[in-house]
Design a protein around this ligand. Structure first.
Ligand SMILES: [Fe+2]
Ligand SMILES: [Fe+2]
Length: 475
């Protein structure tokens, strides 16, 4: 179904056929725009940004590119095409037809999941509110804004589901999604990572690499859902999400490349020397990776979770690539082995029902996906002739949720004394001095084709345009 852009709210769900729903969403729309003006990118409302906009939901029709002022971006409701005769792919109702409406008994579970996913979308826009001021290039500035408008659209995706399928409760939740704010003392966002400030571009690259990737895995498992409108919504969101992770992976890759250049020029990896030249030394980058990776791991929830089990049993949330990656889609008899702390400084092996371990299954798949970028970055470092390797810390390191919450371990996952943990944290996580240094690098560069000194140019521009294209025209 093609997207109707003649409507106030662009959509491919025949919104004009349901007057009540259309009116309700048109009522929410100005609230969203107020939120965008207040909490979205600060100070760039009149800039012309070279943005892509969805024109269709299939692979070809995806994007049209052109200069858009962000407040005029056409946020809308886009679902991937329905799969004819789609069947439930996992859990107790395996093989039955998928649902077009939410079954009453699962209503609150679905609502909670949709609200939690929806909450992350505007949160990240809020976290990045001021970043535009310190952009390393117009190319990066454009990418930031592309990510921001699409996170805004992801909020629309979840709000549509709330309005269309959850009645008055859903409408109230939609208002609340605009009322909570990232880092707010009274009304913070629901999940911890989405309350962390993103005030520098190194954090932004890490966030898009690690935290948007959490988004990818949550969306992949919701794309398996038996509630078909949710599955279709998430399938289309995934096509947008891919660009966000591209920004993260190439962003970190460009930081590495630039640092390696300067290491070669200076013939040293000495931290002071490199910082004197204004680049990100690799151990500093490693500390940023440690921070954002460990924070993002918590988003998957506890290793053992009865909530996860019932989500799976009830067909609400599957595993990523449920159909293609697994043979057993019911998982009533299967078990999962876990290693957890025994509370006495040692480890214990635990065997739990696979359904109860679904959060961990998802987390393991996520970690594997995270490794891909590390391999690429390390390839660059190796080619440049250095021994140093970037690593993902152990999934036990610095956890706040689950079996390893507040268990002091080193990045290799070895349990250490609390005192040692505290003492060595500055080796493992960005120190105040690191952050001050990174902040000092964040000088705005807005001349077309120019890059800040701490990051290499990308391999290519957007949509086959040159690197010196004016991706954002500032007025
Ligand atoms: Fe998103
Ligand atoms: Fe994203």
């Amino acid at each position: 179904m093609s997207i109707d852009y003649s409507q106030k709210i662009p959509n491919n769900v025949n919104l004009s056929n349901d007057r009540t729903l259309q009116r309700a969403l048109e009522h929410w729309q100005p609230h969203f725009l107020d939120w965008w003006r207040e909490m979205g990118p600060h100070d760039f409302a009149s800039a012309d940004v070279y943005l892509r906009t969805a024109t269709g939901v299939d692979a070809q029709g995806w994007a049209s590119y052109g200069a858009v002022k962000m407040p005029d971006y056409r946020w809308g409701i886009f679902l991937a095409d329905a799969i004819p005769d789609r069947r439930i792919g996992f859990g107790d109702s395996y093989g039955e037809p998928v649902w077009q409406q939410v079954p009453g008994e699962f209503r609150s579970q679905f609502r909670r999941l949709i609200v939690t996913q929806g909450d992350t979308e505007p949160a990240s826009v809020e976290q990045q509110h001021l970043l535009g001021h310190t952009c390393p290039s117009l190319y990066d500035l454009r990418n930031l804004f592309q990510v921001n408008v699409e996170e805004g659209r992801h909020l629309w995706a979840m709000v549509y589901l709330l309005h269309a399928h959850f009645g008055r409760d859903g409408r109230e939740e939609a208002e609340e999604l605009l009322a909570r704010h990232s880092g707010d003392a009274d009304k913070p966002r629901i999940l911890g990572t989405f309350n962390e400030p993103i005030s520098d571009w190194l954090s932004f690259y890490c966030f898009t690499y690690f935290t948007d990737r959490d988004g990818k895995f949550q969306l992949k498992s919701l794309a398996e859902s038996s509630f078909d409108p949710l599955a279709r919504t998430c399938r289309f969101m995934l096509t947008e999400e891919a660009h966000h992770m591209f920004v993260g992976e190439t962003g970190i890759g460009r930081v590495v490349r630039r640092t390696l250049q300067v290491m070669k020029e200076l013939g040293t990896d000495d931290q002071q020397a490199l910082r004197g030249q204004g680049v990100v030394d690799l151990p500093l980058l490693q500390r940023y990776l440690n921070f954002w990776f460990s924070s993002s791991l918590d988003l998957f929830g506890s290793e053992v979770s009865s909530n996860a089990a019932s989500s799976f049993a009830n067909g609400i949330k599957g595993r990523p690539d449920e159909t293609t990656q697994y043979q057993d889609h019911i998982c009533t008899d299967a078990t999962y082995e876990l290693e957890t702390p025994d509370g006495k400084g040692g480890l214990q092996k635990e065997s739990v029902s696979l359904r109860n371990a679904m959060n961990e299954v998802l987390r393991v798949a996520y970690v594997r996906d995270c490794e891909i970028g590390l391999k690429r970055w390390n390839m660059q470092i190796q080619k440049a002739g250095h021994e140093f390797r970037l690593k993902l810390p152990s999934t036990r390191f610095r956890r706040s949720i689950g079996a390893w919450a507040n268990v002091p371990t080193d990045p290799e996952g070895r349990i250490v004394a609390r005192e040692e943990y505290e003492r060595r944290l500055p080796e493992w996580l960005p120190t105040p001095a690191d952050r001050t240094y990174v902040t000092s690098l964040m000088q705005r560069v807005t001349e077309p084709g120019k890059m800040a000194g701490w990051v290499a140019p990308p391999d290519r521009g957007i949509n086959n345009l040159g690197l010196d294209y004016e991706y954002v025209r500032l007025s």
